[in-house]
Design a protein around this ligand. Structure first.
Ligand code: ADP
Ligand code: 5GP
Length: 201
């Protein structure tokens, strides 16, 4: 198969990380695109697994070297997707899952039109608020900011013509939708090479 560049975007707290990790675990050879960021690691995060954590100087050096397929300022910190991830996916012909915001998804799609973008949606704003409170990583003011940002991000994804919308109401059901998208996209015309004995030039 040729590579499947699969981009997931979602408002914070929707369940994107949960779904992305599950997708990678279920597909042999698949991998998660580990971005570079200037933000500090959270308690459970590991270098090289969740992100490559770098300082601003190193990030700017990588920008100058053209190391990123896209980079952006998100909530005051820099985030960038390394070009090396795309090269690896193309070389290995596997599923690569990207967790980037909508502006990042747009940039990757512009340069790699075969990339597929899915927006993960919360079932409602009230449920998103409940999940953010349950995660208890933010205070009330931060939760209100995230809810406002969530509406903006969904509007941006609609304007950017994301190919798929998946509602994460029940995690198993939403995961089934993502599996269905990956399966259909892997059958897209031209994605698999034709057997040489068909004799089609
Ligand atoms: P994100 O990466 O989008 O910020 P996470 O994957 O960290 O979101 O999920 C946010 C929280 O919501 C986690 O505590 C996760 O276990 C929970 N969660 C994810 N999907 C669902 C769901 N369908 N129903 C209820 N809780 C969910
Ligand atoms: P967090 O800091 O919560 O892990 O991520 C904050 C936001 O940055 C999320 O919307 C996430 O999808 C986005 N993000 C993570 N990595 C990248 C990246 O490499 N590029 C872009 N554009 N956004 C990213």
């Amino acid at each position: 198969m040729s590579a499947l560049l699969f981009i997931l975007s979602a408002p914070s707290g929707t369940g994107k990380t949960t779904l992305a990790r599950r997708l990678v675990a279920a597909h042999p050879g698949a991998f998660f695109s580990v971005s570079y960021t200037t933000r500090s690691p959270r308690a459970h995060e590991k270098e090289g697994v969740d992100y490559h954590f770098v300082d601003e100087a190193r990030f700017q050096q990588m920008v100058a070297q053209g190391a990123f397929v896209e980079w952006a300022l998100v909530h005051g910190c820099h985030y960038g997707t390394p070009k090396a991830v795309i090269d690896r996916a193309r070389k290995e012909g596997v599923l690569a899952v990207f967790d980037v915001d909508v502006q990042g998804g747009e940039m990757i799609k512009k340069q790699h039109p075969d990339a597929v973008r899915s927006l993960i949606l919360p079932p409602s704003l009230a449920e998103l608020e409940r999940r953010l409170r349950a995660r208890s990583t933010d205070d009330s003011a931060a939760i209100q900011r995230r809810l406002l940002a969530a509406r903006e991000e969904i509007g941006r994804a609609r304007r950017a013509d994301y190919e798929y919308w998946v509602v994460n109401d029940d995690v198993d059901r939403a995961y089934g939708d993502l599996e269905a998208i990956v399966r259909a996209e892997s059958c897209r015309a031209g994605r698999r090479p034709l057997s040489p004995d068909l004799g089609i030039p």
